[in-house]
Structure formats: C-alpha cells, structure tokens
Design a protein. Structure first.
Length: 94
C-alpha cells in the first residue's frame, strides 16, 4: 500500500492544476507542522542538535516519502523500516 500523497507526488505530471494545488498545500501543511515540532524540540532540548527547524522538516518529509517510494518499488517494506528506524533513533537521542 502506498500513501496517496506519495503516489500523487510520483505522478504529478499527470495531475490537474487543482490536484497539484491540494498536493502542494498538503506538503506545506506537513512542513509547517514538522517545523513547529522541530522548533519546540530545539527550544526544550527534546531532540538533540536541531539547528534549523525548517531544514529538519524538509529533510524528514523527504526521508519518509523517499523511503516509502523505495520500499514500494523494491516490494520490500524492510527498506522503509530501516529508514524510519534511523530517523527514530535520531529523534530519540535525548
């Protein structure tokens, strides 16, 4: 199973302008939320070494969506699990 947002991102060239607008809005909403999470983590020290919350948010979303696509293409959920495990270990350092 693949996330609808990830699936749409992979075929964005065939999407209508209206769907692209919604897709981009979804990404922006996610980045805004993640940016807030990383800002709070930098403030309270709950995640070690947060330098730029916006960059952290972009990198996190890219990792999750990219891992999803790799796992789907390889028909190997272990690839997704490995990427998420690495991300979780970084987030659980404090």
């Amino acid at each position: 199973m693949v996330c609808l947002c990830v699936a749409f991102s992979a075929v964005r060239g065939s999407l209508s302008p209206e769907v692209l607008l919604e897709l981009n809005g979804f990404h922006e909403d996610g980045l805004t939320w993640l940016g807030g999470v990383f800002t709070q983590a930098r403030t309270d020290g709950s995640i070690d070494s947060v330098q730029d919350p916006v960059s952290e948010a972009v990198a996190t979303l890219a990792l999750v969506e990219g891992a999803h696509l790799m796992a789907r293409a390889a028909v190997d959920v272990a690839r997704f699990d490995a990427a998420i495990s690495m991300l979780r270990s970084r987030l659980e350092t404090v």
